[in-house]
Design a protein around this ligand. Sequence first.
Ligand code: ADP
Ligand code: MG
Length: 914
Amino acid sequence: MSTVQRPPSAAEALLADGTIAVIRPLEPEDRAAALDLHAVRMSEASRRMRFFGASRRAPQLAADRLCGPPRPGFLALGAWVADELVGEVDYEAETGHEDTAELALSVADAWQHRGVGTLLIEHLVHAARERGVHAIEADTLAGNLAVHRVFSDLGLPVHRRFDQGEIRVRVALDEGDEHYREAVDQRGRAADVASLTALLRPRSVAVIGASRRPGSVGRTVLLKIRQGGFNGPVWAVNPHAESVAGEPAHPSVADLPGVPDLAVVAVPPAAVVGAAQECGRAGVRALVVLTSGLDAATARQLIHACRHFSMRLVGPNSLGIAQTDRPVRLDAEFGGAFPLPGTAGVAAQSGGVGIALMERLAWLGIGVSSFVSLGDKYDVSGNDLLRWWESDGRTDLALLHLESFGNPRAFARTARRVTRKLPVLTVDAGRSAAGRRGAASHTAAAATPTVTREALFRQAGVTAARSIAELVETAALLHSQPLPGTRGTVAVVSNAGGIGILAADACTEVGLSVPTLPAGLAAELLALLPVGASATNPVDTTAAADPVELRRCVDALVRSNAVDALLVCLVPTALAVNAEQDPVRALLDAPARRKIPVAAVMISQEVPVRYLTGADGGLLPVYADSGAAARAFAHARDRARWLAEPTGPEAQAADTDPEAARRLADEFLAAHPAGGWLDPAAAAQLLEHYGLPLTTSLRAQDEHTAVVSARSLRRIGHDGKVALKAYWPGQVHKSAAGAVRTGLQRDGEVRTVYREFTERFGDRMAGVVVQPMAAPGLELLAGVVKDHVFGPLVVLGLGGTATDVLDDRSTRLAPLTERDLTTMVTDLRSAPLLLGRPGVPPVDLPAVRRVLAALSHLATELPQLAEADLNPLIAGPDGLLCVDARIRLEPLPVFDPYLRRLRRPPNTDATKER
Ligand code: ADP
Ligand code: MG
């Protein structure tokens, strides 16, 4: 660690009150600001706390120390708000003791208690860890309560030693990571919600660019805000008009009678940055930019203005936002009608999808708590909205439409928590290659392959529908019905046998089961129903069943606890002569109905889904198509399962040596700066550092050594046999090239194969690898692939020759939880091969779990790992052994997904982070 490392790049992040600060290393040019901080912005008392005395020269010396040329073992980070240095933290390690660094922190008096110190330390901890520092220490005065609070709230283990009025604080950076992440996350959440208040609960609003022209966007929004009954002043800003829609227009934001919390910007692209700066200078806290078509330079300037002046930004290219919460009642969008007040949170990247969602929810009568058209998502993203809904005290259903993920790992973390509290539904957009192309050009964000996104949604408990229709149909069920049990059993009841059979098929097709009813229950039902009815499942009541009989039947089914859900399919019959006798209405009155989810299907219905409201206000979803109802049930069952199974703690791996692995990677990348495949020996070593079970491999460069190696390995080989593999650097599929020969027993065989190899591969061949034969077993594959947006994915599947043919894999984003270790196995189509069947013992499942956990740790702890492919792992009842492992490393700047920072839109920053 003796070299000067690349300084961390600048990052923007939120202070506790939602103010945006820039955190970046101090440089020689910052000397004046550092001097100002210590000499002017800190009081005598603060200086005494900081410097343990009141030496006049302390500020000068501090400024010199902080802003000198870069030197090994030293790092100083400054926090800037609108070009003012509001705080600074630094560490310094003694030469030869680089694993422990001395920390010092200064915060301007006016900025204390706003989270500056904590945020700075978080960023310093991140940088220190990256540089191999294991602990930071600080001497503090016992009376320096502010600093002590910062340390104790940090979330890392803090050890204190008292010494005559001074306290030596030691913070261990290697321990308590989960706890620390949780603490960081909680601070991030609080800051996020604080910063979004001006956006979603503004006290006053300005519309900039409200023109006189009827039908113009700005004017429409202005009118809608007024008509929506916004509870606060609404001002129009337009330098070219005296009045807009009968209201006085003001020439600029600075001329307004007050400072608006929120500004809606509807000016032409060329005027957006100017408007944003004007808002910033006036003290506006949030912008919704409706303008679209900003070029990259304008986009950069817009983001810069927002960050500089601490404004959260929705858009550009947004249709606006709406908030139905009383007393706010803000309708600042130009898409649809004012949403019904309610409890569903809606956010959509595409405005059109957002409006469609709102319209369909309105048909159903589902009200909305807040609606945000995210547009190009330069700042406020789905993640922010999830956090808002989680804590707004109203939202109980979240509907998200996302085409891209800025920071999927942050999304996964947030969603995983929020979905425990409320259902989060999304349309899985961009599944097809064509769809992805559309999505990518839409936002210039990286397109995300299906597998990865599916893994993300599954791990986070997000309900992913395949279309807007399916999303709304599922929302209709989740909004009105209790969750089903986790078994996924459904009783289908119909008054027309054929319809019931189709519904049963639809249920089975989506993975629900339609079990035969217990004999006692069947008898009970038959006794209730007209002659000719059948009470297997589906239950056919016959067309002769009247509403009373139907209701009794439903009641009996629900009370029996025989099934998790009930689907009632009805065709109108001549028996229902008036509304009271409508058989569907009869369902509403079934007293037991609230115990399990019930849905009706009326194939004659024109809308895909609607609600029937009972006398008690209870809702019954009625679908036009039994397939839609079945899909909604399946989603509800998945959610019930998600809630029933705790995600569990992060999967633990024993016997790992991350440090040795990092050293190996550093050495390899020093020799191969562009990265590449490790040779078999290095790959074996790396896997060994994580306790991964690789078979013994010996390299031999000539025939004689090959024979000798084979002799020594035969003893441990299955049936006394060995395998021989020709080796050359960069080889991909060995067996396809004829470079693998297995089951060799005698010296002569080894010799012959060696000669064959040399003949076939010539100079290309750089020797052979000799391995003992593994005992036969089930060939699995396990590995890691890195997605540059989502981070590393851990993969488990069928291996060996079956890999490409069957393509049976389960994938999860790292880090895996204990639960992932289980579901990765059970999710495989070939799970029965692993779990055992009568007469066939299971494979060594604990060993499979250990491999997955180790890979998860390797993937998260070694960010240079680009690809790891263990194929095959040969699994038997009491063992698991890898006979072929390939590992690729690549140089990567460490990007810590847990570090608190605001996202950077992909197309606005030339030095964009990876
Ligand atoms: P590649 O995947 O590059 O073609 P492998 O080293 O995986 O080469 O070998 C191909 C196949 O040969 C494996 O899937 C496995 O069935 C078999 N095999 C290879 N090495 C051994 C071994 N040591 N013991 C048992 N079988 C082996
Ligand atoms: Mg292989």
